[in-house]
Design a protein around this ligand. Structure first.
Ligand code: SF4
Ligand code: SF4
Length: 265
């Protein structure tokens, strides 16, 4: 069984490739959390994979919450457990967070860790507007995905995460900043909105409600996946504290991994 979380498809593509190579099943953590689907049963000896992006040196809050709340039956300890992180540059403490959640909540230890470098789409910092550059990065990411899929099939053990980075030890600080950054008061909708409702339907945190045909953020915090920004068909959602910050992130464009279907709930 593979649990994955994905906003723009990078982790989804990785999870799909691993599942295809191993005849495994996929569960979308975003869907599970959105609809409260929280009970899963592992067969004896079945592999358990977690595939996530890295957010602020750690895992997305929604993944951490899921790992705390999920009712995982048939746990046992005799199984291959692995964590795959997709990142734009470094993975920080993402592995550590998953290890600690699995160990504390289910007594499971991680057998192997992997990392895949792909397109960084955190718009406040990274520019996704260069399609050619994205394509290049994706081509190299796909090779890494295939390699990880083969290593999972071979049940390789140990650390295969080569992107931990010098920042690894600073991840608690980054996660502290994440707590502040994931405030929804930085979202802004422009007049380009066509009232399609997709942003509200596809928010994994149910943080958006439609109000008189326009999105309104109804929770103080969300997981900051930026899916609403990337997927809006009118590019009408902006993110940033100031107008200048919003304009900069807006100029960085929108991104969707072209090798998998967009996340839809
Ligand atoms: S997805 Fe974009 S266009 Fe559709 S309702 Fe949301 S903001 Fe408006
Ligand atoms: S509000 Fe937007 S960024 Fe936040 S969780 Fe929902 S889709 Fe993701």
């Amino acid at each position: 069984m593979i649990f994955y979380f994905s906003s723009t498809g990078n982790s989804k593509e990785a999870a799909e490739k691993i599942a295809a190579a191993n005849g495994d099943t996929l569960t979308d953590i975003g869907r599970a959390m959105k609809f409260g689907e929280m009970t899963y049963e592992l067969k004896a000896g079945e592999d358990l994979g977690i595939v996530t992006p890295v957010y602020y040196g750690g895992i997305p809050d929604i993944v951490y919450e899921f790992l705390k709340k999920v009712n995982l039956k048939g746990q046992g300890t005799d199984r291959y457990v692995y964590h795959v992180v997709t990142c734009g540059s470094v993975t920080g403490g993402a592995n550590s967070m998953v290890m600690s959640a699995l160990s504390q909540n289910f007594g499971l230890t991680i057998s192997a860790t992997y990392a895949i470098k792909t397109v960084d789409n955190y718009l406040p910092l990274f520019d996704c507007s260069d399609k050619e550059a994205n394509q290049k990065r994706l081509a190299s990411a796909e090779k890494e995905m295939d390699q990880v899929a083969a290593q999972v099939a071979a049940k390789d053990l140990g650390e295969h995460n080569y992107y931990r980075g010098a920042w690894a030890l600073l991840w608690p600080v980054e996660q502290f900043v994440y707590e502040y950054a994931r405030s929804t008061n930085k979202f802004h909708v422009t007049d380009a909105c066509i009232s399609c409702g997709l942003c509200a339907n596809n928010c994994p945190c149910n943080a958006i409600a439609m109000n008189s045909g326009k999105p309104a953020w109804v929770k103080d915090k969300c997981t900051l996946c930026l899916g609403c920004v990337h997927r809006c068909p009118a590019h009408a959602i902006q993110f940033g504290k100031s107008e200048k910050a919003r304009a900069k992130a807006f100029a960085h464009g929108q991104y969707q991994n072209p090798n998998t279907k967009p996340v839809e709930y």
